[in-house]
Structure formats: C-alpha cells, structure tokens
Design a protein around this ligand. Structure first.
Ligand code: HEM
Length: 398
C-alpha cells in the first residue's frame, strides 16, 4: 500500500459521542479525523499495544478484507476498557478466524437459503400485521419499540430457529432482557437462561427434527456446545440489530418528512430506501481487529500485536464514496455501504434483516397515515453511541 494518507502525529483520543441535537450523525471528532488522517494513532496508557482508528471508507474496507487483521477477540486491545478482550464464547462467529470460522460459517450459509428466506417473507408480512394490530390497540400514543421494533425481529428469529409457538412470549421476553438491559446482572442471568433453553431445544431437535434452521444444524457435525452456542449467537446477532434499525429508522423517517412522503407514495422505492437507511444510520458502527503481522495501512506503520478500531458509520459517510453523505436520500444508490460489514464476516443474516425491513417500514406507514412523534425529538432517549446505536424508546402518535 502506498504512503498516501499517513503522517506521524500526536496520538489522539476522540470522543465517540454523537453531536447534540443531531441523533443520526456520527461523532464530529471522528468525522474530522477521517478528513485529516483516516488512519490515526490513538492515545493509550504506557505499555499498551499500538491502537489505530480507521475511518476512511477505502481503508475500512481494506482492513475487513485482509486476513492479517484478526477477529479473534483475544488479539484485540480495547482502547476504552484498557485491556485485551477475553476469547469469544463458543459459537460466536464474529470472534473467530478461518479455518475455525469457515467451518461453522459454511454450515450456516447453506441454511440461509433463498427458499427459507422466501418462506420468511410471508411470515414477516403476517407478523408485521399482527404487531400493527397490537399497536393500534395500545394507542395512540404508543411506544414503537416494545410494540413493534422489538417483537417483529424477535418473532422472526423464533420462526428461523423453530422456537415452539407456546414458548415464544417467554423466550422473547428473556431474549430482550439478555441483549438490551441496563442492569448488567439481570442481563447476564437472562442470557444464561436463553442459552440454556436454546441448547436444550437444539438437542431435542437432534432427536426429533422439524423444518427449521436449528433442526438442520442439529443434523450437522457441530458438538452440543457449539450447537447451543451458535443458536444463542444467532439470536443475539439478529435481534437488537434489526430492532434498532426499525426504531431508529422510523425516527429518521419522521424527521425527514419529504423522504417519508416519497416512500409512502412510491412503495417501489423500498429496496433502495432500506439500503440508504442502513448506510445513513449504520447502527452496528464500531469493530475491532487484532494486527497479526507488521503491515502498512494507508502509510501508517502497524505492528504485529497492535489493534485496529474501525468506524463503519464514519466510513459510510465518506464523501469520496457517497456524495453529500450526510443527507438521507432514499433515491440514491447506497450500494457498497458497509452497514453489514465486509469480507468473510459480512453479516450472514442480511437477507433476513432486509426482508423484515422491506415489509415493516411500508406496512407501518400505510397503517398509520398520520404517524408522528408524540414527544419533542430531543426527548427521544438514545442508546450509547457505540458499538450498537439506536433509540431506547420511540413515543409516537397518529
Ligand atoms: C439490520 C440488521 C443487522 C445489521 C446492521 C447487522 C450487522 C452486522 C455486521 C456489521 C456484522 C459483521 C461483524 C464483524 O465483521 O465482526 C454482522 C455479522 C453477523 N450477523 Fe448481522 N446484522 C443485522 C442483522 C442480522 C440478522 C437478522 C441475523 C440473523 C439472524 C444476523 C446474523 C449475523 C451473523 C451470524 C454474523 C456473523 C457472521 C460471521 O462472523 O461470519 N445479523 N452483522
């Protein structure tokens, strides 16, 4: 790689906070760094390994595609927690490298088939309709997050995995607690409960398979622990991500009325609109990679043992790739966005997430022609800026 970008400089520690009053925009300090030095050395305590922040679109993409940058958590030093990360739990694909990663990923790729995704489109339509009925009963006003944004993906994951109908409510309640709670101990306990439940369910399907992904996996060479671990990981990966896109996405549409009107008037816009919302919001915004060998990145001298922090949200606002990047423009081509990552770890559930959003956004707008915020925009409670962003609740009326 050529020495195009990097100049030696004082290490920096930018704020990851979003700008006050602009809930959809990434940290201004990160944006400024992208313009000045898209690979920047971060300030870390004495004795810590080198940590580099990568914000430019091309460079983020390069890191994600290069096997010299490791996904194994134990190779990564967390610059905010000031320690190396513990190894990934069994079944967590995002914390593995090839070939261990390839073995499980291959097994799963074959299970996210077009046939299964098509089946899920029909179910997404029914589940969305049911949740909109519930929303109508609950309000106006209503909090869109617990009545709509969370249950749609939760029900879809139940469909995918094959959680029996009678057990879905208890299961999804525990799953939300496990993935989104502020109370760490309660979340950890709920996660343990959900993991155990999924492990038992998977083992039961080994003996008595049904037509779902968990049964398919149960028929593979995964060990019992891997089977339970992969199931719990899929739940974690597919639940809060899509829920945040539905919640924050609705907020963004309500704050951009011309865009909302365009989508309402032209349902044919929906596929592109979903890609643009993914780019613009980039809810899964920050990732780490461990540097396995000395490598030059944009001219910066990275050493084996260093860590790279990648900003997907800032890369997705790079004007070199997306002209006028800070505007939500549902008619633009957002192709090539990095909201689902890139390379061998690129989101496995992206087609499922797309199915859910392509069904859910138009159905919500069609059901509630007068949909609007029930509180001033600055009162909408937001999640922490990293690593997964969204709204905690979204009070709406109609
Ligand atoms: C809009 C919603 C979603 C977003 C924004 C999103 C984003 C991402 C991103 C950025 C990665 C890459 C992580 C990395 O490189 O370390 C990823 C990986 C993954 N996602 Fe998603 N995701 C979404 C929905 C889903 C759904 C619905 C599922 C499935 C149920 C899913 C399953 C996975 C899995 C299994 C991986 C790991 C792939 C691997 O490491 O090989 N995701 N996702």
């Amino acid at each position: 790689m050529t020495n195009t970008y990097y100049r030696e400089h004082e290490p920096v520690m930018p704020s990851f906070d979003r700008p006050a009053g602009r809930p959809f925009d990434p940290s201004p300090e990160l944006i400024a760094l992208r313009g000045e030095r898209p690979v920047a050395r971060l300030a870390v305590p004495e004795g810590a390994p080198g940590v580099w922040l990568v914000t430019g679109y091309d460079l983020v993409r390069k890191v994600l595609a290069d096997p010299r940058f490791s996904s194994r958590y134990e190779t990564q030093y967390h610059p905010l927690v000031h320690t190396h990360m513990p190894p990934a739990p069994v079944g967590d694909l995002t914390g593995m490298d090839p070939p261990a990663h390839t073995r499980i990923r291959k097994l799963l790729t074959g299970k996210f088939t077009v046939r299964r995704m098509n089946q899920l489109t029909e179910r997404a339509t029914e589940i969305t309709r049911d949740r909109l009925d519930e929303m109508e009963k609950a309000g106006p006003p209503a909090d869109l997050v617990p009545v709509f944004a969370q249950p749609v993906p939760a029900q879809m994951i139940c469909e995918l995995l094959g959680v029996p109908y009678g057990e879905r409510d208890a299961f999804t309640e525990a799953a939300h607690l496990a993935s989104g709670g502020d109370d760490f101990e309660a979340s950890a306990a709920a996660f343990a409960r959900v993991s155990e439940y999924l492990r038992d369910l998977a083992l039961a399907k080994r003996a008595d398979p049904t037509d779902d992904l968990l049964s398919d996996l149960a028929g593979s060479d995964l060990t019992d622990d891997e089977l339970g671990g992969v199931a719990a990981f899929l739940l974690g990966a597919g639940l809060e991500t899509t829920a945040n896109m539905l919640g924050l996405g609705t907020f963004a549409l309500l704050r951009n009325p011309a865009q909302l009107a365009a989508l309402r008037e032209d349902p044919g816009l929906v596929n592109g609109a979903v890609e643009e919302l993914l780019r613009y919001l980039s809810i899964a915004n920050t990732g780490l990679r461990g540097v396995l060998e000395d490598v030059e990145l944009g001219g910066a001298p990275l050493k084996a043992g260093d860590t790279v922090v990648i900003s997907l949200d800032v890369a997705n606002r790079d004007p070199a790739k997306f002209p006028g990047p800070d505007a939500l423009d549902l008619r633009r081509s957002a192709t090539g966005h990095l909201a689902f990552g890139h390379g061998v770890h690129q989101c496995l559930g992206q087609q499922l997430a797309r199915v859910e959003m392509r069904v859910a956004f138009p159905a919500l707008l069609a059901r509630f022609p007068g949909l609007r915020l029930a509180v001033p925009p600055e009162e909408v409670p937001l999640r922490n800026p990293i690593p997964l962003y969204g709204v905690r609740s979204l009070p709406v009326t109609w």
